[in-house]
Design a protein around this ligand. Sequence first.
Ligand code: NDP
Length: 404
Amino acid sequence: MKKPADRPQRLAILGATGSIGSSTLDIVRRHPERFRVIALSANRDAEGLLKLVEEFHPKVVCLADSGAAEAFRKYLGTRLHKEIFIVSGSAGLEELAQLSDVDTVVAGIVGVAGLPSVLAAARAGKRVLLANKEAMVCAGSLLVDTAVHSGATILPIDSEHNAIFQALGSQYRCFNRPEHVRRVLLTASGGPFREWPLESIRSATVAQALKHPNWTMGKKITVDSATMANKGLEWIEAHWLFALAPQEIQIVVHPESIVHSMVEFSDASTIAQLGPPDMRTPIANALAWPDRIESGSNYLDWATVGSLRFEPPDPVRFPALRLAANCLESGQAASNIFNAANEQAVDAFLEGRICFGQIQDGVEAVLDALEGRFPEPGSLDDVVQIDREARTMTSHWISMNEQS
Ligand code: NDP
């Protein structure tokens, strides 16, 4: 086993109170000699963040929501003696991402809300562990240019992209076109509705959509897995991360979620990464990269794994894949619209305002209305502008089509 680095890796964990944040902190807890938490962030969960502060003693915390930051200051006044800096808002998140005493930023915020901090971390030349796929979807070329310019290292922790990254070999670095690759196979579980009768899916309840067969994750990505918008977002993410054409990335449904993705090379060799469906494996891989550490995930019992199935995705059942394909064809602005409309529609579904089938209806209606209306975004401001207009239109669509 290799010797750990001379000093602990200093971490800023953005989205610390979420599913990715918890998995990351579980690994940190197992390796206190390797990692030191410098900064943590949440949106509104002041209580959750406080528990983490008491355990990990960061120097700086950010609550994106300013009201929650106020509440946090009050709690803190009575509970902690050590000095701790509290910042808030998107500017606060950017500050955390650029701290000079941080080596690695774990980008675990959900949605495009995480984009400014991911860009800030890339600009500051940090090592960025990227879970926040929406950032890459909305600003792929901007993020690539920023990271290449600063020398930032982007390590994917989305399980599929981490699997591809591992399969490409230890010399591979993101944003370079990999050599001798014929195609990449992005696996998808198919979510909870893979075998449901088509006519029942449209009216699936929130509880049914949140019951993922293999993974435990935050609500937004779990609903995205049920519609397969998640795979659409991952397709766009893979296109940017690995500099591959959309046609070189194929989606394959693999219900067991054991093969996390594969790379097929020009000599017809296929290299896959396999493991349990536990995010601690890809996160540990990226935290320790290029080394390896124990992750806390259970090891697979190969004698009982049984058969591994692979099948093509059903385009009727999962229209989100067709929408994502159109966005890849159309360009970055379309991907921004797709993401913004999807975030709004998923929120409306979770709030009970629209039914499951309307998520895709809304996204498609907004894409049809707005596609081609914007030039390709060249800056964060451009991305924010497209995002805002797409959200306004989606809100309008939702209020016109809301369930009574
Ligand atoms: P969660 O909903 O579990 O956690 C989201 C985190 O982001 C929380 O800490 C939350 O704070 C914070 N947050 C939410 N909204 C904002 C905002 N507007 N501004 C700042 N912070 C905010 O999400 P996940 O951990 O499931 O997902 C995070 C990202 O990782 C997503 O992009 C997802 O696609 C990706 N991912 C997740 C996987 C998983 O297994 N969960 C697997 C692969 C990728 P608070 O708690 O205060 O609300």
